[in-house]
Structures are given as structure tokens and as C-alpha cells.
Design a protein around this ligand. Structure first.
Ligand code: SOE
Length: 380
């Protein structure tokens, strides 16, 4: 009989739903020592949180997160609220002995992130940050191939995360739905929201980033603020591009924007090594493109690996349908929960922990600071 893993969910937006869906499905597909139990959902608006709890199957609700983290029938707190609230909740939850799963980015900046790491490490509670794209089977396969030396020495890493949803000048900022455009709530714009994903994957696949040189732009300078009812300056970065150097000697090139008309969530990366190259595209997430220089010259070319095979060849896929049938975005969250619960059973923490995610935060800080100073900046 599996042991209960009793969850207190804070927030019920897009990520609250993505994580809840993962908790609900994981035990059906993975044989684990722990089984998630949706104990309580928490948010300030009673009516909305009640509707969320009823719809998704939470046993109870709270309207004050302090009440939630004080409950002794909760083992883990999942933080799905705007970035500026992460620190206070994570720290208090850890001090109360709760495990903490926090939505990305870890914090507003690295200084805050460092305090969070110290609090969580002092409390000694298991913790994780939701950088879900690591658990897309094709991305995990890329990691295994690189670690096994299939690409040899790496020369280049490039990544993009392109969207187009903030082009309209009359789109307001702030409030429950649009806090990502409000610097006070989000900390930054595309750097913390989108490039953070690209950076997390990049350092996982290709190691430390040592220096960066960035530029940012805010195309719409003022937007109506949902909380003040007035036009306020827009203080987030709408777009950001940066060059970087990795500690292994390879060069990096990253770009993100919410002004790439026609692109909704185009996350792509490409890695070029001495022996071969890999590329991946979120819009076709079950495929990994691979070029192997060792192939017979007559057939040498890019091959498209449909990452759906069983027998352990393709990560996570043994748990799903039959070979050849693909999975999607939501499954990356299911895999992350599975790995977290597996880590609880084995004592091997699932990555990225708070400490791992702090590294991404430091790179985001260096990117923003470089854009301001218009110069190469060392990652702290
Ligand atoms: C923003 O639109 C967003 O939802 C991010 O917040 C997510 O982290 C990213 O995965 C998709 O885009």
C-alpha cells in the first residue's frame, strides 16, 4: 500500500492546474512508494478556490496560506502564485517542516533565491522547482546522449523562446491574469519567465554559463494597470537576447520575446558538437533531431528520432502507451512529480532543487545587469 503524499496547493491558475493534473495522473502510470493526495487548495478568493477545489478534487480549501502551512495533514506545499510571493511562502512552509515544490523562476532575483535556499536547507526539507521541460522525453534523451559523449566536444548552444501575446498596446498589466507584465509581481519579463526555461535546460545539458552580454527592449512603454486603474510605466523586458560563454569553452546564443508575431510558445534549442548535433522544438516535442558525423557518408544527414520507444531506450515512455504513440506537454509535469516521489523513496533529491534553480536565477540577474550596463558581465 502506497504512503500518502498530502498536498496543499497555493494558487489555481495555469500552473495550479498543470501541477494538479500531474498529481492526479502520476499514480495511474507510475508504480511509486508515495501516492499524491489532494488535501487542500488555497487562494484568497473563496468562491474561486472552492470552484477550483471541486472541479479538480481537492478535499478542502483555505483562503489564507498561513493557515494552510500550519495544518498537520499537509506534507508538501506547492507554490503556484506570482514570483514576488514565493520567498515568504516557501520560507514559512519550510520552517513549518513542509516539503516545498515551487513554480519557476525560483525568485525575483538571486539575492532572494539565496535566502530561500538557506531557509530550505536549514529546515532540511525536500524541495524542487518546476522546470518541467527537462522531463520531456526527447530533452531527457538529449541529456543522456550528451553525457554518453555522442556529440563529443561541444562548440555551440543556441536557444529561443518566442511568443506573441503582448503585442496589443491596449493589453493591461497586473492583476491575477496579467501579473507576468507587472515588474513588481514578476521581477522581470521574458528573462525570468521564458529565458529561465532555456537557461535551466542549457546548464543541465551543457554545464555552467560564466559570462553574458545581453540586450533587452520594452516595446510598449506604458500600459493600464489592473490594480491601480491608471496607465503605469511598463518595467519588464518584452524581449531579451544574449550571448554567453559556457565554462566548457562553448559559445551560447539565446533569444526570447513576446513580440514574435505567429509564435505562441516556440521553445527551440540546438547543440553543435565535434561528432554531431542535436535540435529540439517544443511544437514537435516528441521528436529529437540528430546529426551523426560517424554515419556512413552515403546516408549521412539529419535524422528525426520519434522518442516513443519502450525497453528503456526512450526515457519515461515505458510508462505510457505502446511504442510509436506519443505524449505531450502535460506529461512533463507528471514525470517531474514521479521523479520527486521516487527521490523521496530513495533519498536522492530530484533536480532541479532550489539550489540548482538558484544558478538559473544568477544567470538571469547577470543578463539583466549586462543589458543595463551594455557590457560583458560575469555570472556571480
Ligand atoms: C508564459 O506564457 C508561459 O506560460 C510561462 O510562464 C511558462 O513557464 C512557459 O512554459 C510557457 O509560457
Amino acid at each position: 500500500m502506497a504512503k500518502d503524499f498530502r498536498i496543499g496547493m497555493i494558487g489555481y491558475g495555469f500552473m495550479g492546474r498543470a501541477h494538479t493534473n500531474a498529481y492526479k495522473r502520476v499514480s495511474d502510470f507510475f508504480d511509486l512508494e508515495y501516492r499524491p493526495v489532494l488535501k487542500a487548495a488555497c487562494a484568497r478568493n473563496e468562491e474561486s478556490v472552492k470552484a477550483f477545489a471541486e472541479n479538480w478534487g481537492y478535499e478542502s480549501i483555505e483562503t489564507d496560506w498561513k493557515q494552510l502551512i500550519a495544518r498537520d495533514d499537509i506534507d508538501a506545499v506547492d507554490i503556484c502564485v506570482p514570483n514576488n510571493l514565493h520567498e515568504e511562502i516557501a520560507t514559512a512552509a519550510a520552517e513549518n517542516g513542509k516539503m516545498v515544490l515551487c513554480e519557476k523562476p525560483l525568485a525575483i532575483d538571486a539575492e532572494q533565491g539565496e535566502r530561500m535556499c538557506q531557509a530550505i536547507e536549514k529546515a532540511g526539507v525536500p524541495n524542487m522547482v518546476w522546470y518541467n521541460y527537462r522531463r520531456v522525453p526527447a530533452v531527457t534523451l538529449a541529456k543522456r546522449m550528451i553525457d554518453d559523449g555522442l556529440l563529443g566536444r561541444i562548440f555551440h548552444y543556441r536557444a529561443n523562446f518566442l511568443q506573441d501575446w503582448t503585442i496589443a498596446e491596449d493589453l493591461p498589466q497586473g492583476g491575477a491574469a496579467l501579473w507576468r507584465l507587472d515588474a513588481a509581481a514578476a521581477g522581470s519579463g521574458v528573462t525570468g519567465d521564458l529565458l529561465a526555461h532555456c537557461i535551466d535546460t542549457a546548464i543541465w545539458l551543457n554545464g555552467r554559463i560564466s559570462t553574458v552580454n545581453a540586450m533587452t527592449e520594452t516595446f510598449v512603454k506604458e500600459r493600464m494597470h489592473n490594480l491601480t486603474g491608471k496607465k503605469e510605466p511598463v518595467e519588464i523586458d518584452d524581449a531579451c537576447a544574449f550571448l554567453c560563454r559556457f565554462s566548457n569553452g562553448s559559445l551560447g546564443l539565446f533569444e526570447s520575446t513576446r513580440y514574435a508575431r505567429g509564435h505562441k510558445a516556440l521553445y527551440t534549442f540546438e547543440i553543435n558538437g565535434e561528432k554531431g548535433s542535436l535540435k529540439w522544438d517544443l511544437h514537435d516535442l516528441h521528436r529529437l533531431e540528430y546529426f551523426n558525423y560517424d554515419d556512413d557518408e552515403r546516408v549521412r544527414g539529419w535524422r528525426s528520432i520519434h522518442v516513443t520507444d519502450h525497453g528503456g531506450d526512450h526515457p519515461y515512455m515505458d510508462h505510457w502507451w505502446v511504442p510509436g504513440l506519443q505524449i505531450g506537454y502535460e506529461h512533463s509535469f507528471v514525470h517531474q512529480v514521479a521523479d520527486f516521489l521516487e527521490g523521496l523513496a530513495t533519498g536522492q533529491a530530484a533536480s532541479p532543487t532550489f539550489r540548482d534553480a538558484l544558478e538559473t536565477q544568477k544567470i538571469c540577474d547577470a543578463v539583466l545587469s549586462s543589458a543595463q550596463s551594455q557590457s560583458w558581465t560575469e555570472v556571480a
